[in-house]
Write a protein that binds this ligand. Structure first.
Ligand code: CP
Ligand code: NVA
Length: 307
């Protein structure tokens, strides 16, 4: 049974499908005004070392809708920001809270929180992973396409946290995955090792059109992530052409979905035209953060008999 959500490889296919099924149910309940106070009396601490719009608001609103309380904890205001070790923070917060969502730089910090604390830890983005986003992405793909088997997802751009989590998540649920990245910006080594097990269901190259050929889902993310602002200029050069545009869409299967975790940089990784033409699925994807994370919180902190 899932104890934390630290990275996508923490979850097997059955666990992902279970979260998505519960997320669909919670979305239905929310839309139809059916109360679902599954986390009444529970408190989630949300530690942020980086900016956020979607993650912060969807966790906070989600916890409220589940009958619980979410506390926003900026690392600037916590003693952690003044150097209190994560080992101590984890043990203290475990005495007050029922779960912690953390957005930070190093994956190790999230793993340490889980190691020293006694409550569930949810990774709300690190430099290495963004599992909450990928669960919402998979939920959205299933809503639009009905199933995963046989579908091809093509990710174009930086081999960053989104790429790492998407590769693992999409392969785990049965999709084929192709990745177009420039040399020097590949996904993490352990993710490429993981993908090797899937043989020709995984491809990686610097040829965008070849990778996008016959894709059912095209996804991209910013060229410079949070914390890489200094590299933005150099990255703009390195990523030129690693963009979802009309030409790339034409190479994909007719009716292909376009996805972006947002925030987007128009005319960098995606053209404004493609983003607006696919705003339906991109903003459904953003909405589904709420429902997917509610499902994760119920599984981690809620009663065991919720089906
Ligand atoms: N996609 C995403 O995680 O957005 P925020 O940075 O706004 O939370
Ligand atoms: N790769 C981006 C994702 C933002 C949601 C970043 O880490 O900034």
């Amino acid at each position: 049974m899932m104890k934390h959500l630290l990275k996508m490889s923490d979850l097997d296919k059955e666990e992902i499908i279970d979260i998505l099924n519960l997320a669909d149910q919670l979305k239905y309940n929310q839309k139809h005004g059916i109360p679902h106070h599954l986390l009444e009396g529970k408190t989630l601490g949300m530690i942020f070392q980086k900016a956020s719009t979607r993650t912060r608001v969807s966790f906070e609103a989600g916890m409220y809708q589940l009958g619980g309380l979410a506390l926003f904890l900026s690392s600037r205001d916590l003693q952690m920001g003044r150097g209190e070790p994560v080992q101590d923070t984890a043990r203290v917060l475990s005495r007050y809270l029922n779960g912690i969502m953390i957005r930070t730089f190093e994956q190790k910090e999230v793993e340490d929180l889980a190691g020293y604390g006694t409550i569930p830890i949810i990774n709300g983005l690190t430099d290495y992973a963004h599992p909450c986003q990928v669960l919402a992405d998979l939920m959205t793909i299933r809503e639009y396409k009905g199933a995963f088997d046989g579908l091809k997802l093509c990710y174009i751009g930086d081999g960053n946290n989104m790429a790492n989590s998407l590769i693992v998540g999409a392969l785990t649920v049965g999709m084929k995955v192709s990745v177009a990245c420039p040399e020097g910006y590949h996904p993490a080594e352990d993710v490429l090792e993981f993908a090797k097990k899937y043989g020709n269901k995984f491809e990686l190259s610097d040829n965008v059109l070849e990778m996008a050929a016959n894709a059912d889902v095209l996804e991209t993310d910013v060229w410079a992530s949070m914390g890489q602002e200094q590299e933005a200029k150099e990255r703009r050069r390195a990523f030129k052409g690693f963009q979802i545009n009309d030409e790339v869409l034409a190479a994909a299967r007719p009716g292909a979905m376009v996805m972006h975790c947002l925030p987007a940089h128009r005319e960098e990784e995606i053209t404004a035209k493609v983003l607006e033409a696919h705003a339906g699925e991109i903003f459904d994807e953003a909405e589904n953060r709420l429902h997917a994370q509610k499902a994760v919180m119920v599984r981690l902190m809620g009663p065991e008999d919720v089906i």
